[in-house]
Design a protein around this ligand. Structure first.
Ligand SMILES: Nc1nc2c(c(=O)[nH]1)N[C@H]1C(S)=C(S)[C@@H](COP(=O)(O)O)O[C@H]1N2
Ligand SMILES: [Mo]
Length: 326
């Protein structure tokens, strides 16, 4: 059962089905650990730091090719206060306060490794500079919980990072390991998920023009609660693919297991392509609630195949049974 604090954007409980309420049958051992969130965080005696996010590349340049005038961006306030970031609490209101005390994302080192010719450990700011700075793109965002936003992301195409890494021919997948800091992040001392949060893409998906590493939102360095300083953005996939606060990008030969698939494989797959015709086992994916859209409760709209990016990405899945590879 979900307990919410009243907020102007608060939704009735029936409107949202949190990922945490996954079917626990195969993983009884996690049952005990779920549900209490990170209530202890709020009262902890952690000192506040003044946090500097990754700033290289700002101000960013608008990329007109990724600015559909039909898309109305969600407010900055909502994008940065209605979050899924289970390291900082399982309620949407918790990441904003909890990710901004006791945890710092500057400086930040990311490791690029695996089946590549140019492995490196590099500072996040240096990486952005090396890749030619940052640009802004407005993308649709669809969570598997059947809600959506429109987000102006700043950052760089993932394909640029892949070109820098220079994969060997054996590399077929790219994995994204996010941070693991149980000392400073109380939520990571509790086995709510199997830390660190982990995601992966097929190499051709990762190289697609839409795949992006975000370093900002609305032209400002990305806030901690949204995954500072580097987070994955793959707009035709459900939000759980968008690993936050990445520390390692590894090129591998075999399809990896991502965090939510490891937690509940019958509900969350590797591909996680937005697909209104393939329902989640416990709810429909045919429509979505637009966060902030049209009133206090938001408004519903039909979900689009590949989240509206069908023309661009359908070719990646030719001949695949998308109900089987969900
Ligand atoms: N490290 C980490 N990354 C994460 C998550 C998380 O819990 N931990 N949640 C995912 C889910 S389920 C979603 S919907 C998006 C939410 O991104 P947002 O809070 O910026 O909207 O982040 C994804 N990335
Ligand atoms: Mo999500």
């Amino acid at each position: 059962m979900l307990i919410r604090t009243p907020k102007d954007w608060a939704l009735p409980e029936s409107a949202v089905t949190p990922e945490r309420d996954y079917d626990l049958r195969p993983r009884r051992d996690f049952l005990k650990t779920l549900g209490y969130g990170v209530a202890g965080l709020a009262g902890s005696a952690l000192t506040s730091h003044s946090l500097l996010a990754t700033t290289a590349g700002f101000p960013t340049r608008v990329n007109p090719d990724f600015r559909d005038p039909a898309l109305k961006p969600t407010s900055y306030e909502l994008i940065t206060s209605y979050n899924n970031f289970y390291e900082f609490g399982t309620d949407k209101s918790e990441p904003k306060p909890n990710a901004n005390k006791g945890w710092t994302t500057e400086p930040w080192t990311v490791e690029i490794s695996g089946l590549i010719n140019n492995p490196m450990k590099i500072d996040a700011n240096d990486l952005v500079s090396k890749l030619g700075g940052a640009e802004q793109r407005v993308y649709r965002f669809r969570c598997v919980e059947a809600w959506s936003m429109v987000i102006p992301w700043d950052g760089f195409p993932l394909s640029k990072l892949i070109a820098l890494a220079d994969p060997k021919s054996e590399a077929k997948f790219v994995t994204f390991t996010t941070f693991n800091d149980p000392k400073n992040v109380p939520g990571q001392r509790r086995p709510v998920l199997d830390w660190p949060y982990f995601e992966g893409l097929r190499l051709d998906e990762a190289n697609h023009d839409l795949s992006f590493i975000a370093t900002g939102i609305y032209g400002k360095p990305i806030p901690n609660q949204n995954g500072a300083p580097l987070r994955l953005v793959v707009p035709w996939k459900y939000g759980f693919k968008y690993g936050k606060s990445i520390v390692k990008i590894d090129f591998v030969a075999k399809q990896p297991r991502n965090t939510w698939q490891a937690m509940a494989a019958q509900e969350y797959g590797f591909y996680a392509n937005v697909n209104p015709t393939v329902d989640h086992p416990r709810w429909s994916q045919a429509s979505e609630r637009v966060i902030g859209g049209g009133g206090v409760l938001g408004s519903r709209q039909k979900t689009l195949m590949f989240n509206g990016y069908e023309n661009q990405v359908a070719g990646l899945y030719t001949g695949m049974n998308l109900a089987k590879f969900y």
